[in-house]
Design a protein around this ligand. Sequence first.
Ligand code: CP
Length: 315
Amino acid sequence: ARHLLGIEHLAPEEIRTLLDLAETYVDLNRRTIKKTDVLAGMTQINMFFEASTRTQASFELAGKRLGADVMNMAVAQSSVKKGETLIDTALTLNAMHPDLLVVRHGNSGAVDLLAQKVNCAVLNAGDGRHEHPTQALLDALTIRRAKGRLHRLTVAICGDIAHSRVARSNLLLLGKMENRVRLIGPPTLMPSGVADLGCEVYEDMRAGLEGADVVMMLRLQKERMDGGFIPSEREYFHRYGLDAEKLAHARDDAIVMHPGPMNRGVEIDGTLADDINRSVIQEQVEMGVAVRMAAMELLARNLKAERGREAAGVM
Ligand code: CP
């Protein structure tokens, strides 16, 4: 494929290939190794129209570890502030001939639209409520390393499902790899029709966590609850916040995940988040660099092959 726009476009074999390649970048200390020539001579532009710490930093590091020239577009200081549209901005950058464009945008579908207008590889770094494919891939790598497999696991995804592109991408990926997915949350934060996607839906946290191998917590995304019901944080933590007592309903060896940024004391107890015997939250961040290196290496290979065919006139 030319782009990485969503998990929905990936076959199970492609997911395995990407994770296997990412694994080769991780050393025994869980640090990613440098592989400086894979993207040598290539230009990567990162365009983040929404705030990010982990995704933006790890795409930048990944590009640099692979030898790309990496440019971070400062959206706040760009002509977007003068009213330039997303497409015009993308076409302007496209005229500078980047090879890889990494894009985060607040509107679902914006990254797909942009990919149709440019002639480089586009990676979706999160679009609205739609998808966050590299997050699901790094979550998958973290699960596979902790559990020794990525199939026949019971994974509970808990909290604000309705506004979460992380939940959607994980649901798609875990389903493709034949896992059992449970969604747990208040009905007000559960999108309609999710049961049709082949997952089980729970309102009660303890019932939903029963026997789970993996517990994935999500942030309450208040910034996306425009005008809708916003639960009180205290009440929310009482019913849906993960603490040691609720976690005791999952399997004894269940791992705790969170994509970040975390709201301690809202969706997760701070002590549990820091408990290295249960929490793999730091490892998720570590795997983020490796997975993004793998994604960009695979897309760069495809791009080079496509350009080679074009040059030989065999398109
Ligand atoms: N998980 C995630 O996307 O975090 P950032 O918003 O910090 O990139």
